[in-house]
Each structure stands twice: as C-alpha cells, then as structure tokens.
Write a protein that binds this ligand. Sequence first.
Ligand SMILES: Cc1cc2nc3c(=O)[nH]c(=O)nc-3n(C[C@H](O)[C@H](O)[C@H](O)COP(=O)(O)OP(=O)(O)OC[C@H]3O[C@@H](n4cnc5c(N)ncnc54)[C@H](O)[C@@H]3O)c2cc1C
Length: 512
Amino acid sequence: MKPSSLNARRRQRELEGLADGGVVDVLVVGGGITGAGVALDAATRGLSVALVERGDLAQGTSRWSSKLVHGGLRYLAKGQVGLAHQSAVERGVLMERTAPHLTRALGMVAPVGVGFGMGDAALTAAGFVAGNLLRVAAGTSRATLPSPRWLTPHETRLLTPAVEHRGLRGGLLSWDGALSDDARLVLAVARTAAAFGARILTRCRVDELHPDGAVVHDTVGDQRLLLRARHVVNATGVWADRLHPEVELRPSKGAHLVIDAGALGHPRAALTVPVPGEPNRYVFALPQEDGRVDVGLTDDPVASATEDPVADEADETFLLATLSAVCERALTPADVIGSYAGLRPLLEGADGATADLSRDHAVLERSDGLLTVVGGKLTTYRRMAEDVVDRVAARESVTAGPCRTAAQPLVGAASRARLADLPAPASLVRRHGTEAIELAELVREEPELGHPVVDGRPYLRAELRWAVEHEGALDVEDLVDRRTRLGLVTEQRPAAVAATRESLRAALATGA
Ligand SMILES: Cc1cc2nc3c(=O)[nH]c(=O)nc-3n(C[C@H](O)[C@H](O)[C@H](O)COP(=O)(O)OP(=O)(O)OC[C@H]3O[C@@H](n4cnc5c(N)ncnc54)[C@H](O)[C@@H]3O)c2cc1C
C-alpha cells in the first residue's frame, strides 16, 4: 500500500487510534473540496489532522459543479479585480502545478449572429481580452490556455456543430480550465493529505461539534465516538449552519442536464448561450471526456438545504429552451439521459441582505474558537484552506510551518509533457495521472480487468479494484457515483450497479 492509499482497513485502524484517546491538532468536518483542502494544508504544515465526512468524499456539492476551473472573468465584469486575480492565480496553480492530470483547457464558443448580437459580441470580445490579461497577470502560460480569437462561421460549426447556421456570422473563442471530474479532484486532494499523515474518515457523521472535538457516529460500525482535537474547522458547505447555527445560510440550487454528445454533433468546445433578458447570465453546454455534454445551469433559491437536491421539470424546460434557441434542432426531454443538481451557499449578511458566497469565501470564528469556512469555488479551494489554516497557525501554542500547497503536486500529478508520454491509455491518464501506469500494470496481470464496466463507457474494471484498494471506496454507490460517473446516465445505472457489485465483491476478496 502507498502512504496515500485509502481503504476500509486504514479507516478502521485510524478510527480506532483516535477513539482510543488520541488528540489531533486539527479536526476537519466535511469531505468536500474545502474540507479536503483544509486537511491537506494543515497536514503539509506539520499538524496532525483528522477529517470526518458523514458520507463519502465529495458526497455533497463538490461533485455537482460545472467542473470549470474559472479564470475570474465574471468577477472582473463586476469590478472585483482582487477576486478575479485570485481566481486566475488558483486556476494556474491547478493547471500547471498541482493537478495538470485532472485539468484541461476547454474552448468556450460564443456564437455571433445567433445568441449573441453584434453589439453583445463587441462587449464580449472586450471581456475576453481582459480575461486574457488576467491570465498573463496570473503568470499562466499561453501553452496552458491559448489567447481568445475570432472564429469564422465554418470554424464555429466545426467546434460546436449543433449551432444554427442561418444567421451565424462567426464566433468568439476563449479558453478556460476544466476538470475531468470534480469528485476526483476532491479524492486527489484527500489522498495527498493522507500521504502527509491525515486520517481521512468517511462514513463518520458529526452529531455535535465543540471547539475541542466532536461527537461522531461511525455509520459503518454503528458506534458513537468522541474525537478530540485542539482546533476544529467546520467545512460542511451548505450544511454548515447545522453545526454552527450562528452562520445563516440561504441555499440556491444549480441544476445540469446530461445529454449524449451525439445529440449536439460531438462538440469539441463548450457552447455559451446568453439567457434572454438577464445580462451576464449564460447557459453552457459543456463537453465532458466520457462522451456526454452537461448543460447548465440554473440558479434558484431554496428554502433549506436538502441532502440530495434534484433537477426538476422546470430546470429541464429552462435549460432545454435556452440552449435550443441557438441550435439547428430544438432539444427535447428525449435528449436528456441524466441530470444532477447541487446547492450553493448564500450567506445572510448582518443587514439582512445576502452576500453571494459563490463569488467569495468567508472564514467565521466563534468566540469559543470554532472555525467555519464556507463559500468560494472549487477553483479557489486551496486559497480558502490557506486562509483558515493561517487562523489556526496564528494561535498561541501552535507551531506550524508556512502554507506549502501551491507547490504541492496532488497524487498522480506530473507535467503535461510527462503525462503525454506515459505508457498507459490516455483515458486512464486523464482520470488517474501517473497512477495510470499502475492501473495498466494491473490489467497486464489480470487481462479481465481491462474490460469496460459497462459497454460504451470508458471506465475499466481495474478502476473499480483500484478504487477499493487505494481510493477509499466502501460501497457500490461510491464506485458508481463518485470514483466513476457510471451512475449519471439513468438508463445505464442498473447495469452499472450490477457490474460494480460484482467487481466490489471480487476486490474485497483480494483483501482490500
Ligand atoms: C451547481 C453548481 C455549479 C458549480 N460550478 C462550479 C464550477 O464550475 N467551478 C467552480 O470552481 N466552482 C463551482 N461551484 C462551486 C463549488 O462546487 C462549491 O463551492 C464547492 O464544491 C463547495 O465545496 P465544499 O467542500 O465547501 O462543500 P461540499 O462539497 O458540499 O462539502 C461539504 C461536505 O460536508 C459533509 N457534511 C455535512 N454535514 C456533515 C456532518 N454533520 N458530519 C460530517 N460531514 C458532514 C457533506 O456530506 C459534504 O460532503 C458550483 C456550485 C454549484 C452549486
């Protein structure tokens, strides 16, 4: 086993060690991108860390994002230059240093003549130039993210073939970062933290949170445990107010539809569609690496945070209608092969107004020392973690090194040149980085593991075995919904579950 390997045995051993009276420096609650980032930041500064998550890693919002690694253009449009720069810097850190294996440049096409009028196009082009300057200011190379440019109508249709050709005058092409899978980013961050000694304990629900520990229910062993810590960080996202009631959150739902790439002519770039009558609001059709396109997103306040938000009929109608307005063929519900939704936390301000924390993050400290970190973006998770661990490090009696995470490659990371040369299938490299070599080795030893879990999808049986032995997958849902995305396509889900159940049994038989 590697120091970064997570599995049922390690979980059990580490949980027993803590329940036996062990005290950690930092207890992190929540295994989304924020909590995983905090665990990594604290562990790399030399602090002892335990992270507890009630479900699986990336059980919450962090697996339902648009998977964009934003450059901050949106913030620039609102005059938030500092925030825009921060976002662009973090995008560069992820794409060039910490996670080149999980990120790629994604072309974004704004079709002009349909969707965007000539007037809008001039403004949009000016925004793209500003976005390019942000990239330069953040020190991100043009090889990582090319400069924006004008497309002819022919080029526009080559990249986004579904676009209506009548009236099309061309397109504006810009580039942003995209993740191959947001849940796998969370996993990579958590495993890197584990390599630095952090205990990553899934299926541990916090029922009571105190400044010096937590009452935790281990839902695997069905036992109540008292975990003790010198400092506690609540990183439970949209559920943060349940453990820190003074934090007043107002969630907002964002839904995506999943469409087969064939229905949109197998686009090679994302399509940007303005929402009529709502300036600066867009619907995106985002091509994914596994043959689907995710269409999002909505933004609707909900009364309270539910555990499993879903995309409903109204979301579907809005997204299909907005996208269809620029397409040659109108999309219908029959084109939708799956859907998902996540909740953004909106923080209620002191004056009753709401501050949109999807734009920024906040570190809130209670008088008893309990820290809560909420808001932000996947893109800026590293900075959020740095901010909250800085608060811990500044406390009397804490000896912690400086933040090191901007230079700490995540598990599987390597330069793009090295990744391109790895002797393993490109599809495995995009999900596993350098570890794809070990997966390819597994397949050589057991050729049976080289078969896809479900025909026509890219995931191999070897990846399920790997997930159980090294990626902390404990049950079928972890495998189908977070280590892979086999469960996203509604029609394929039963077959994926059945095949995965079989693989899980085999993997457990090997002793994981
Ligand atoms: C629809 C949508 C699209 C988005 N798109 C993008 C994008 O393209 N790019 C980008 O950068 N950002 C995007 N974001 C923002 C980004 O997804 C979120 O900011 C980020 O995922 C929040 O992570 P988190 O760790 O704070 O919360 P979460 O991922 O929700 O993690 C919180 C965790 O806490 C756990 N938890 C809760 N209560 C307890 C308890 N009592 N005990 C133990 N564990 C508990 C939950 O199970 C959960 O796993 C998007 C957000 C939404 C909603």
